[in-house]
Design a protein around this ligand. Structure first.
Ligand code: ADP
Ligand code: ASP
Ligand code: MG
Length: 437
């Protein structure tokens, strides 16, 4: 058995939903995870923003346009009057539920209730469609089995026992359908796995049920050598190691949510990235093995801030870095890259909520300077230092016209990272793609 996750664009129109239904039907008895239809979660975020700002007409207007959008989805998706009526009644309940938040207090917990509606809608619409075409689909409500702990990590034991039971009591199902992204937290409130988190849902489900494969179906034929939104002439990569995929996802390859790799890797379950619009394309397989000694892809992470601490006083003396890291630790701020020398250390962060306090405290140890609007370019492949590759050299050569603020290599065998100005990103990505692939 496999888990198949279909992203927002894959279920973005009635036509695509029908197409997904036929792919699912052909794939055998599997678990299917759906995202919200594309654009819906963004609209729900917008509604929540209006409600946080006490702008009730703004929220009502956005709810009304969603209502209209879904009215035409219902009209196009179903042939039977009965399905149309049931879907309409369901949507009315959802939109009335959202509108009730225009009265009373509105905080984070209420926002999360609203954000959960997109996946609840897409799965209910698909479930009704399966019923209409005679597929025996069982809807597994994610809010009954997907749970995160107080630390925000998936509660694997709880998920495993609950999901297993829910799957087992329906032995005749042809397909099990469930929501990505949404979950409950340790207090039992509705929560989510962060934006793009449906990939994570699929990976957690694959891991707890020990399935044969985790398939992420999206709008492109696998992980490409570069981000096709910015780079010309990219091509799909057929195989990636888990570690390579983790680096690419973390450093900006949007096709895969960064958290999604770990559960698959720990349970050694292959992840396949497949194209809903071109199902016969090979896509990318992520597993415990991949071609050695080759460069696979380049990703870019935006909104990076570099902080340099310079000191004449034996900067790298014993205990110094510990003190520096402790400050970041105290503010729960993760460091992505670092470079050190005898007189200075530079680290990069992407969470700048506590930047002012961090800088203030670092000033006790030396002169501090900050570069904002930076981008990390991350070149990924099998770069073991002793395998004779010259990818470092090629990457530096490719970036000759671009000022490079910092380089990091050797932290793992899988990545070479360079820090550049955000405004140089597109040029850098294209130069690297031309040189390396
Ligand atoms: P979904 O809605 O299915 O979750 P996403 O939009 O999250 O899809 O991810 C797919 C998109 O990721 C692609 O359309 C593409 O624009 C973007 N992307 C960024 N980097 C890459 C890459 N290296 N390879 C493939 N796609 C990438
Ligand atoms: N619908 C959610 C989002 O847009 C989750 C997902 O698509 O993975 O972020
Ligand atoms: Mg996604």
């Amino acid at each position: 058995m496999k888990v198949l996750k279909f992203g927002g664009t894959s279920v973005g129109t009635p036509e695509r939903m029908r197409h997904v239904a036929s792919l699912v039907r052909e794939s055998g008895r599997n678990i299917v995870v759906l995202s919200a239809m594309s654009g819906t979660t963004n609209s729900l975020v917008e509604i929540s923003d209006y409600l946080h700002k006490h702008n009730v007409p703004g929220a009502q207007e956005t709810v009304n346009s969603l209502r209209q959008k879904y009215a035409s989805v219902v009209d196009e998706l179903y042939s039977h009057k009965n399905s149309k009526q049931r879907a309409t009644e369901y949507l009315d309940r959802i939109f009335n539920f959202i509108l009730r938040f225009t009265e009373g207090e509105f905080g984070l917990a209420e926002e999360k209730e609203i954000l959960a509606q997109g996946e609840l809608i897409s799965t209910m619409l698909m479930q009704l469609y399966f019923e209409e075409i005679g597929v025996k689909s069982v809807l597994l409500p994610a809010l009954e089995y997907m749970r995160i702990t107080r630390e925000g990590e998936p509660d694997m034991k709880f998920i495993s026992s609950h999901l297993r039971r829910m799957v087992e009591i329906e032995p005749d199902a042809e397909v099990w359908l469930t929501q990505g992204y949404i979950c409950r937290n340790d207090r039992g409130e509705v929560d989510n796995l962060r934006r793009g988190g449906s990939d994570y849902s699929a990976s957690i489900i694959g891991a707890v049920l020990n399935l044969d494969e985790i398939q992420i179906w999206t709008d492109i034929d696998g992980m490409h050598t570069g981000d096709p939104r910015f780079v010309n002439n990219t091509r799909p990569v057929s195989r990636l190691h888990f570690e390579e995929a983790a680096e690419l996802a973390y450093f900006g390859a949007k096709i895969l949510h960064p958290t999604c790799v770990l559960p698959a890797k720990l349970h050694n379950i292959p992840v396949r990235l497949l194209n809903t619009l071109e199902p016969s394309a090979q896509g990318t397989t992520i597993a415990n093995f991949a071609p050695d000694g080759t460069v696979k892809a380049v990703a870019a992470k935006d909104n990076v801030t570099a902080i340099k601490i310079k000191s004449g006083r034996m900067l790298l003396a014993y205990g110094f870095l510990h003190k520096v890291f402790e400050i970041f630790d105290n503010y729960h701020t993760a460091i992505d890259l670092m470079a050190t020398s005898e007189v200075g250390v530079t680290v990069t962060i992407d969470d700048t909520r506590h930047l002012a306090d961090i800088v203030d405290e670092l000033k006790r140890f030396g002169t501090v300077s900050v570069d904002t609007d930076m981008t990390i370019i991350c070149i990924v492949g099998d770069f073991a230092w002793d395998n004779g590759h010259d990818y470092c050299c090629q990457a530096v050569e490719a970036l000759k016209p671009i000022p490079v603020r910092m380089i990091s290599y050797g932290g793992s065998n899988y990545n070479i990272s360079m820090l550049i100005k955000a405004s140089d990103k597109v040029e850098a990505l294209n130069l690297l793609n031309n040189k390396l692939f």
